[in-house]
Design a protein around this ligand. Sequence first.
Ligand SMILES: Nc1ncnc2c1ncn2[C@@H]1O[C@H](COP(=O)(O)OP(=O)(O)O)[C@@H](O)[C@H]1O
Ligand SMILES: [Mg+2]
Length: 346
Amino acid sequence: MKNKNKLKIAVLLGGTSAEREVSIASGLQIAEALQNKGYDVIPIDTAGGLKKIDVSKGFDVGLIPPESKSLSKLDDRYLSVKLNSGELQDVDVVFIGLHGGHGEDGTIQALLNLGGVSFTGSDVLASAAAMDKAFSKMIFKSQGIPTPEWIAFQRDALKNVKETVKRIETEIGIPAVIKPNAQGSTVGLSIVKSKNRIEEALRTAFEYDNKVLVETYIYGRELTVAVVGNYDLPVIEIVPEGGLYDYKCKYTSGKSKYFCPADIPKRVAEKCIFYGRQAFEILGCRDYGRVDFRLDNDNSLYCLEVNTLPGMTPTSLVPKAMKAIGYDFDDLIDIIVKMALERKNE
Ligand SMILES: Nc1ncnc2c1ncn2[C@@H]1O[C@H](COP(=O)(O)OP(=O)(O)O)[C@@H](O)[C@H]1O
Ligand SMILES: [Mg+2]
């Protein structure tokens, strides 16, 4: 039964992507924040059904993502069944707490549009564009946003793998970064430092995607720009233990150091924020997101990607940036819901 005095928010979490565990952590903490702000909340695992809000035990995101085999057994038709049966009709807004896969690539957004339900964050086209790294890089390049040089390969590149390796050696060079085109959380990504490791890295990346991106490795530092509405947010520097900001460093506390604001020259910070917002806007993103950069030793910036559904636990990067300007996690979640509600009432 709907409580007449309260707005009802469904939080989508879990799902079937490699970032399932991260999304459960984000989603349940989003749900708790919404409850704290007085909303009526129903958390829904799109691959499992209703969830209880229980954040007391904390969240152990594993050191590695769940295996593809176990993920492929999950069924994420639950949400479409709920929408078809009209059970979500009295929901005022759906908060998408998913990461990766159908939650981030526009599919769930399209389903919600068809079901006539309002939701937080970017719409179909921007989600799909941002999730496709090769596609967004073409747009960045065309708009003058610097991004590492790259080649995108389809699966048939493995047929004549010798030729593919040669092309990478001559056009990209070593070290190279080899990553699935539409994954997140550094899953399936390798930094290749010797020629004889290229093939193995390609095969690893193709385990996760039919399209693989090979990029010039950018030596230097790791920066990220949070975008939330029109708030002025500081650039964050991430210093991962061991150099690569991988799955373990992203989700195990103490494995990365964060500097917010980043200790970089003012001019570089302003440029980073400018490119971050430009990347977000040209892809057509809305409400909130995060744009990842590398900063090389000459202070040149390179945009890696736009995340339309960035991590949303209280220690994640977008919440960190908002905290730096005085908004706590509950406030941030409320701000995002209000953006979706405003759009609904337009
Ligand atoms: N071209 C690159 N040069 C240097 N480091 C990179 C490069 N591409 C990716 N990385 C490293 O890998 C991490 C993940 O890459 P990214 O493109 O942001 O994909 P995702 O976060 O979606 O897995 C980055 O945060 C960075 O640490
Ligand atoms: Mg990233």
